[in-house]
Write a protein that binds this ligand. Structure first.
Ligand SMILES: O=C(O)c1ccccc1N[C@@H]1O[C@H](COP(=O)(O)O)[C@@H](O)[C@H]1O
Length: 216
């Protein structure tokens, strides 16, 4: 049975990082994007990063960040993965991929089948695509789900993950319906914007693993 990959994103406190690790998240996400309620200054992100054991991967999420600032963030936080969640183009990803050992993930806002097809242009320059709802008030983290039916007949050219509006009550359906190898959640695990709920983190991880187990 393949391991269900689970990313808990937008963690901002030591308690919630520990809760995600204890609940069995495979990836934890730190957001460095000032407009987000989950934004972490570099110094705070670097401190949280040190709590994460080596078997859990740290994903740094940025949005349209300039190369110089990106280099500084990578140097300070030393993530395992860089998730680009804005309008970054394939050339920009190629530059990062060719100049570092980082895994590079590209978020794709999926509003229709054409958007999904267009994501193929990242096939050679990303290690994974994260399919999210199209941008709302923020480029992501809006709690909006994409139309999962769009994913059903798509031929994935590289590893992928499902994000957008996932929480404890729908992650099982999402996995059963789309067979997503990785599920990624943020606002659905909060009691208020930017405030993660450790009970929801645990329930999300349990539900995701249970759905995968039942499909084996
Ligand atoms: O979480 C944010 O604030 C955020 C800001 C800018 C870009 C992406 C952001 N979050 C990511 O968006 C998806 C979906 O989030 P949600 O579960 O619908 O809240 C996920 O990858 C978040 O990490």
């Amino acid at each position: 049975m393949p391991e269900q990959l689970i990313k808990i994103c937008g963690l901002t406190t030591p308690e919630t990082v520990d809760a995600a690790v204890d609940a069995g998240a495979t990836h934890i996400g730190l957001v460095h994007f000032e407009k987000s309620p989950r934004h972490l200054p570099l110094e705070d992100a670097a401190k949280l990063r040190t709590r994460v054991p080596p078997h859990v991967k740290v994903v740094l999420l940025t949005v349209n960040m300039q190369p110089k600032d990106t280099a500084e963030a990578l140097q300070e936080i030393q993530p395992d993965v860089l998730q680009l969640h804005g309008r970054e183009n394939p050339e920009w990803l190629a530059l990062i991929k060719n100049n570092s050992k980082l895994e590079v993930w590209k978020a794709i806002g999926v509003k229709d089948a054409a958007a999904l097809e267009k994501s193929d242009r990242f096939a050679d320059v990303a290690h994974r695509l994260i399919y999210d709802a199209a941008a709302g008030a923020l480029p992501g983290g809006n709690g909006l789900a994409l139309d999962w039916r769009l994913l059903l007949n798509h031929r994935h050219k590289l590893p992928w993950g499902l994000a957008g509006g996932l929480g404890p009550s729908n992650v099982g359906d999402a996995i059963r319906y789309t067979d997503a190898p990785l599920v990624d959640a943020s606002s659905g695990l909060e009691s208020a914007p930017g405030v993660k709920d450790t009970g929801k983190i645990r329930a999300f991880c349990d539900a995701a693993r249970e759905a995968r187990r039942a499909m084996a």
